[in-house]
Design a protein around this ligand. Structure first.
Ligand code: HEM
Length: 508
């Protein structure tokens, strides 16, 4: 009897199991097919592995740290200028041609608020909508009023040049790595604009800040990978595998030790009408907004977040550009000679460099532009996302929150845009009338509504620093170094920097 019951039970379960399996399979297939990813029309691209996507074939290498070169090669393989890849779980499309980059950056301004960018750059770069519009507009008006209109940034840069010359004199013609000095100089320009004062290079709190920031950057290289893993897996991983907790803790410590201290000091000493720097300017606006009912973000949290953005977005990028520029001077002595001649003919050896001299110094300006073309600091710009619903772009329909990657390396080396793109040649930007040709195909600062708002400041600082140093020194490669080896990129860095190098600064 009991055997008969068991057999009957088993047969019912088997029959039902089949029904359940069919039901589950139908449900899964329907679910899969109705996922936005699968009802949309993506550009071609390599097969993405579950969880990891295509990260293994795009991991940093000596020849191609950012993966930009390999992504560009894929366009030839798949016969499409726009390709689709997955960074971990994150769907991305990569655009390579000038017209596509322009169009896509005009059309999309969204960011991924749950992504690593928002953690790292929480102020303006990591936010959207009205908040972004308000804070971007405010920052631009500050930079216009304080940074340029009143030649404030120029005075600050000149002070920094004097300090740098004293520092370089200490190297007394011995091989010297300018990496830390350049970072100090750039970071001090931002400090002077934001805090209203610079720091001595050996100031304890300044050294502490730079060291903390270095540690945070190191941590962030792992955090980026953590954010490529789906959140439900990331949150369940053992220990702090991707160093996200460590990053957050270090970031909070740094914020408290440096930025919040400055804000507190400014709050305590604020006098209405006396605005000396960004923090004062922000506090003034905060007070004006007290009691205002309309939604706004003029509060202390936003102020600190914006300060983080200015230092993070401004320091490494500008210092990295200067490292390439100085390296190019050392490795291309003929070009350096011409820049120095132009400096001597225009302002001589003693007059402080001024941005007003720029129109008279086309070769110096185009040398910097060519460095930015050849060595874009961000070979892949990946700040933007498509909105929360599927969206059409050209022949494609992109899934919600697709990451948009602009391949600036490809654009800056595109043979359809440049003659001999792999030759370093500042002359390419000089027109027949001897004036600088403004070439719109240079997009190292991005483009569209989210274009870098520190661009004029960065360009000014790089121009003045180069002149200020070359007025007094000749830069040479140190004995035994090979040019080709020196021009290589450092592997694993977030921004594109050369390998650490020593050069000799000889007093003229
Ligand atoms: C050579 C130096 C620099 C380079 C190469 C650079 C590059 C960039 C790039 C590629 C973007 C993204 C643009 C886009 O999404 O289309 C950006 C955004 C931004 N940059 Fe820069 N940057 C530099 C210097 C600076 C400086 C000195 C500051 C400020 C003091 C700054 C502040 C910002 C901010 C706030 C944004 C966000 C703009 C927005 O989302 O509306 N940058 N930068």
């Amino acid at each position: 009897m009991s055997v008969a019951v068991s057999v009957l039970g088993l047969s019912i379960i088997c029959n039902n199991l089949m029904t359940v399996l069919v039901f589950v399979a139908t449900f899964l297939l329907t679910w899969w097919y109705t996922q936005p990813e699968n009802v949309t029309k993506l550009p071609p691209g390599p097969f993405p592995w579950p969880i990891f996507g295509n990260i293994f074939s795009l991991a940093p290498t000596e020849e191609d740290n950012s993966g930009a070169q390999r992504l560009w090669e894929m366009t030839r393989y798949y016969g499409s200028d726009i390709i689709s890849v997955k960074f971990g779980a994150k769907r991305a499309i990569v655009v390579h041609k000038y017209s596509d980059i322009k169009r896509i950056s005009d059309e999309f301004v969204h960011v991924n608020k749950e992504g690593a960018n928002s953690l790292f750059l929480p102020g303006i770069i990591g936010v959207d909508g009205l908040r972004w519009k308000e804070q971007r507009r405010f920052a631009l008006s500050f930079l216009r009023d304080f940074g340029f209109g009143k030649s404030r940034a120029q005075d600050i840069a000149q002070t920094e040049i004097k300090a740098a010359i004293a520092e370089l004199d200490k190297s007394s013609g011995h091989p010297y790595n300018p990496e830390v000095l350049l970072k100090n100089m750039v970071s001090n320009v931002i400090a002077a604009l934001v805090f209203g004062h610079r720091f001595e290079y050996n100031d304890k709190s300044y050294v502490k800040y730079l060291n903390m920031e270095e540690e945070i950057l190191e941590c962030f290289r792992f955090v980026i990978y953590g954010y490529l893993v789906p959140a439900f897996i990331r949150d369940r991983l053992p220990r702090d595998m991707f160093r996200i907790k460590e990053f957050k803790q270090k970031h909070a410590e740094m914020e408290e030790a440096i930025f919040r201290n400055e804000v507190r000091d400014h709050m305590a000493n604020y006098t209405a009408g006396a605005c000396n720097d960004y923090i004062d300017y922000f506090i003034k606006t905060m007070k004006e907004h007290e009691g205002v009912e309309k939604e706004h973000w003029f509060n202390e949290r936003q102020l600190v977040d914006n300060i983080v953005d200015f230092f993070r977005a401004g320091t490494d990028t500008s210092a990295a550009t200067l490292r390439w520029v100085f390296l190019r001077m050392a490795t291309n002595p003929e070009i350096q000679k011409r820049v120095k001649e132009e400096i001597m003919e225009t302002i001589g050896a003693d007059q402080p460099p001024s941005i007003q001299d720029k129109p008279k110094m086309p070769f110096t300006e185009t040398t910097i532009i060519e460095c930015m073309r050849f060595h874009p600091i961000l070979p892949l710009i990946q700040t933007r996302h498509t909105p929360d619903e599927p969206v059409k772009f050209k022949d494609f329909v992109l899934p919600p929150r697709t990451l948009i990657v602009e391949n600036i390396h490809a654009l800056h080396h595109d043979p359809d845009e440049w003659d001999e793109p792999d030759t370093f040649n500042p002359e390419r930007f000089i027109g027949p009338n001897g004036k600088v040709i403004k070439d719109n195909h240079m997009l190292q600062f991005g483009s569209g509504k989210r274009e870098c708002l520190g661009q004029p400041l960065a360009k000014m600082v790089i121009f003045l620093f180069l002149i200020g140093i070359l007025q007094k020194f000749t830069i040479k490669i140190s004995h035994g170094n090979e040019v080709e080896a020196m021009l290589k990129n450092r592997v694993g860095n977030i921004v594109n920097v050369p390998l650490s190098y020593d050069v000799v600064f000889t007093r003229d």
